[in-house]
Each structure stands twice: as C-alpha cells, then as structure tokens.
Ligand binder design. Structure first.
Ligand code: GLC
Length: 559
C-alpha cells in the first residue's frame, strides 16, 4: 500500500445549510463556513467534506442539482466557493465536494430537454420506459420496483406518455449511465472543480448508477406502498464497475485527490472491495451504513417506539466485520453519522445523564480506529436529535413522503416518536454555537428549528474546556494527526478486545507503539482488573483512572 496524505487526515463533514448563516437570511452559507475556518482549525480537522451547494431547487437539500457549475444563491456565489477553497488551503485544510452523479434535478437543462420529445437528443440521458396496463386497463408503472423515498421508482410524464425512473424523489430523475455523451459531460464537470483546486469528492449514491436494464418486475414481496423494495435491481450491479473504471482512467487517476464513495446499506465488505480495494480502479474508500442503521434507529415502526437500548456486542461485531474484512485490502473511512442519520449522541450516547462523558467516549472510540475518521458537524459538542412536537417542524422530503402513508396507519404520537428517532432532520438542525437565540446560528429566522437544548449544549460553553466533548475530540485529533502516536493510530494493526462483553468497547492498536483504547460503553461502573492493563494513560475523559471504569469512561493506554 502506497502512503497518501489523506490517510493521516481527519475529516469533518459540513452540512452548509445549517452550519453558520453569515447574512442572516436563515440559511447557512459559504461565507459562514469561511468565518468558521478558525474554529475548524482550532478543532484540528484538515479535510472538509461539504454537502452540495450547487444550484438546486432544493427538493432534497441540494442533492437535486440543476447546474453543477454554479453555486446556489442561498449559499453564496462562485467567488465565495473559490475563496473558501483558497482560505481553507492556506490553513492546511483541504476541501472535498459532494459529487452527485446518479441523478439531476428535473430542472436541470438536460432533463428539461429530455422530457420535450422522444427523439430529443437528450432523451437518452435519462431512463424512460413505456407504461404498462393492469387487467382493468389502468396505466401502471413499467415495473414494481420501489423508490428509496417511498412509492414507485417511476414517475409518469404526461407530455410524452412515458415514465422516467427516479429512485429518490419525483424531482430527481436518474441519469442513464449507458449514455456515453452524458458520462463525458459528467467527467468534464468533475475536472472543472478539480482544476479549481478541490482535493477530491465524496461521491453520492454511487452504488446505484447501473440498473437492471431488463426492467423486469421483482418477485420480492410488495411493501405497504404496493412496491418491491428490491434494491439490488439498482445497486452494486456489475456494469457499474465499468463506469467507475472509465471515470477513474479519464479523471480520478490524473489528480492527487481523495475519493470516498457512498455505497450505503446494500453493500457488504465484499461489495465494498469492488469499489475501493487497492487493486481496483475505483475510489480510495467507501462509506457503509451498517453501524448507523443498527440498534433499531432505522427500523420498523414498532422498534422505534420503546426505549433505545444499545447492543454493544452487536455494534462491535458490525464494526469488527468491516475492519477485519477491509484492513489488508482497502482503506476505510470511519464515522458515527452523517446528514442522513440520527445524531450519535441520541443513538448511542446518554444525553440526559452523561452527556459529556458519553460524547467524549464516542469521539475517542472513533478517533483511535484505523482508517480516516470523519466527524459530522455538531458531533464534537454532542448535539442531539430534535425534540419537535409538531410534524411541520420537519423539513425533509423523505418525511413528507413518509407522512402520506403513515397517517393512514399510525397514531400521531407514534409517528412523532418514530421521526424523532429516525428522521434525517435530526442531523440537520442549526449548529449550536452559543446560548443566543437559535444557538447563534443566525440572527434571522432559521430554515429549520433548533433543538431546544442549545442554551446548554453549544460550542462557546465547551471550546475552552479541555475535558469537554470538544476538548477531548481536539486532543484526540491532535494525537492522531501529529504526535508520536500518529504512525500507530493511522497504520497500526487492529484487534478487538473483549468482543462479547456487553459493556466494554476495547481494542488494541500495534505499530511503533502498543496502544489500547478501552471504553465503558454504559451507565454502570465496570471492573476491568481481569484485563491486566498497565501502562501510561495517554488520553482519558475523566481525571482519574483505576481498575474500575466510571460510566462512559474512555482511556487510551500505552502498554
Ligand atoms: C445520498 C445522500 C442523501 C440524498 C441521496 C440522493 O444518500 O446522502 O442525502 O438524499 O443520496 O442523492
């Protein structure tokens, strides 16, 4: 394995809409990020992944792009983007963009043209199919495949009497990757941003570029919407890897950049290797969702109603499965959550009783793993899920689609419990900078309501305190990036310890140094004398350390 700059980097994902609003219009913007570069520098992160800020009608918060070459006025100007990249670089912080290649907005000029007529030159940039008819002679979609956002993955277009494919929302038509002209146009666009100085991409929804072009019905049982959630019809299909190899040869291989593909829930480690093994022409690493969807946080309705129990053994098993399966073959990114998942503090921490302790423990577990860690904005201060009482406070298009069916089947309070546990909006609330109104995110009216705990959970109350969640993240980041432990933390071997212990999260890293990260992932004390761990305490989230770990205590020990 060749050593690369991004292996020792610490990533930080910014959801620009909710990060910092510099012009008080209620929406975070690029100048807001520029103003917070000192903050990011202080935290120590040096690889920013910024969610889409291209021109977009914002049906899915920017993942529906209508112009890849310009910045949406909500976020600022093209000059702001250039300035952000330059100013970040001056601080040693690299910027990667979110590359959306599976679909465009229906307002993208390609689609506007494509839907005009069946013989339009751009028709074939998208996936069009004739309707089918049922026994009653009623028009039905070309097949029974589901969309990720509910209902069918097809939307009817009256004008030409055909359906177009859309695996996300109706306003996000899927591109046809079989079309060479479209592929070349995509490559040109990515070159444009690379030439401008971005250091790589997080590539959105990449597992779905290739579809089963037979378009045959799935035989899978239909869900409540009457469609088959048979994701393999458009996930991880062999043809996809031809597209990726071409993209790699024509663009990616020509730059010293980092690429992280989003392969989502449908890919296991072996699938992931097809995208990111050292020997393939693909990406440098891929994000999987296994640990995010664990624990009933993205589960059936029933399981999201009760108290959330953390199954530490299961969580370790999943993490271990990926790490052991990956280590010799491919580099891995690690993260607790992104903009599509609930807040890790609410999912695996204890915000009510042990906010500081559990938040710093989660950070220490993350930041001592092998691979490249990514922190999601707000995680470093232990931000939580929303406490909304009114469904109208949610903003996500997914929630809106979900509600249409859910209200027919479940009582309102149960729907709210479900959304407060699972909604993507949990991670999309305004960043909590201080105790001023809306957490100091804006002096206007925020596009989405803040979580009401901002007077206590905020940056200002933690930034100067080394033992705060922020303080412990900062110390770990420093250790990982630039210390005598860097080699071991980044490149050392990994061994999970006590895999069957329901309270402990512990692992060993061996490189130049011999390190053990041990964490008590519970509210109860934990005796660890049987582990015979003696050595130097490198980082601790309490002031003391003994053979009895305190609730959510995490310690990095040099043996
Ligand atoms: C990815 C993004 C998500 C978006 C979807 C469609 O999963 O992370 O936010 O809705 O792709 O682009």
């Amino acid at each position: 394995m060749e050593k690369k700059w991004w292996q020792t980097s610490v990533g930080y994902q910014i959801y620009p809409r909710s990060f910092y609003d510099s012009n008080n219009d209620g929406v975070g913007d690029l100048r807001g990020i520029i103003q917070k570069l000192d903050y990011l520098d202080d935290l120590g992160v040096n690889l920013l992944w910024i969610c889409p800020f291209y021109k977009s009608p914002m049906d899915d918060n920017g993942y529906d792009v209508s112009d890849y070459y310009s910045v949406d006025p909500l976020f600022g100007t093209f000059e702001d983007a250039k300035e952000l990249i330059t100013q970040a670089k001056a601080k040693g912080i690299r910027v990667i963009l979110d590359l959306v290649m599976n679909q465009t907005s229906d307002e993208h000029p390609w689609f506007v043209e494509s839907r005009q007529s069946k013989d339009n030159p751009k028709r074939d940039f998208y996936i069009w199919q004739d309707p089918k008819f049922n026994e009653l002679g009623e028009r039905i979609p070309p097949n029974n495949w589901a969309s990720f956002f509910g209902g069918s993955c097809w939307n009817f277009d009256e004008h030409t009497n055909q359906y177009y494919m859309k695996i996300f929302s109706n306003k996000m038509p899927d591109l046809n990757w079989e079309n060479e002209e479209m592929r070349k146009a995509m490559y040109e666009m990515t070159r444009f941003w690379l030439e401008l100085g971005v250091d790589g991409f997080r590539i959105d929804a990449i597992a779905h570029l290739a579809k089963d072009l037979s378009f045959e019905d799935s035989t899978m049982e239909l869900n409540d919407d009457g469609v088959a959630p048979d994701w393999k019809k458009y996930s991880n299909r062999p043809r996809l890897f031809d597209y990726l190899a071409e993209f790699h040869d024509e663009v990616l291989s020509k730059y010293d950049i980092v690429t992280v593909g989003e392969v989502g829930g449908g890919a296991d480690v072996d699938d992931a290797k097809n995208y990111a093994a050292y020997s393939t022409k693909g990406f440098n690493m891929v994000f999987n969702f296994d640990h995010c969807w664990y624990n009933g946080a993205w589960d059936d309705f029933g399981r999201t109603q009760g108290k959330l129990e953390v199954d530490v053994v299961g969580l370790k098993k999943r993490m271990n499965h990926w790490i052991e399966g990956s280590l010799p073959h491919m580099w891995m990114p690690h993260y607790w959550l992104n903009h599509d998942h609930p807040r890790v503090m609410s999912q695996y921490g204890d915000p009510e009783h042990f906010h500081r302790e559990s938040g710093s423990m989660l950070g220490m577990i993350l930041l001592a793993l092998p691979g490249t860690p990514f922190i999601y904005n707000g995680e470093e201060i232990g931000m939580t899920n929303v406490d909304y009482e009114d469904v109208n406070d949610f903003r996500d298009v997914w929630v809106k689609n979900f509600m249409e069916e859910a209200v027919k089947r479940h009582p309102y309070e149960q729907i709210m419990n479900h959304l407060r546990r699972t909604s993507r909006d949990n991670a999309r609330t305004p960043m909590q900078w201080n105790s001023e109104p809306h957490g100091g995110f804006t002096q206007g009216v925020p596009h989405q309501k803040s979580v009401s705990n901002y007077p206590t959970i905020n940056v200002a109350s933690q930034q100067q305190d080394p033992m705060s969640i922020f303080g412990r993240y900062k110390a770990m980041i420093h250790l990982r990036k630039d210390s005598e432990y860097t080699q071991t933390l980044v490149y050392g071997s990994f061994e999970m310890l006590e895999p069957l212990d329901p309270q402990l999260y512990a692992y060993k890293r061996v490189g130049d140094k011999n390190l053990v990260l041990i964490a008590n992932f519970s509210q109860e004390k934990k005796d660890i004398s049987h582990m015979n761990l003696s050595g130097k305490v490198v980082i601790n989230n309490y002031d003391t350390y003994s053979n009895v770990l305190l609730p959510y205590q995490a310690v990095l020990i040099e043996l």
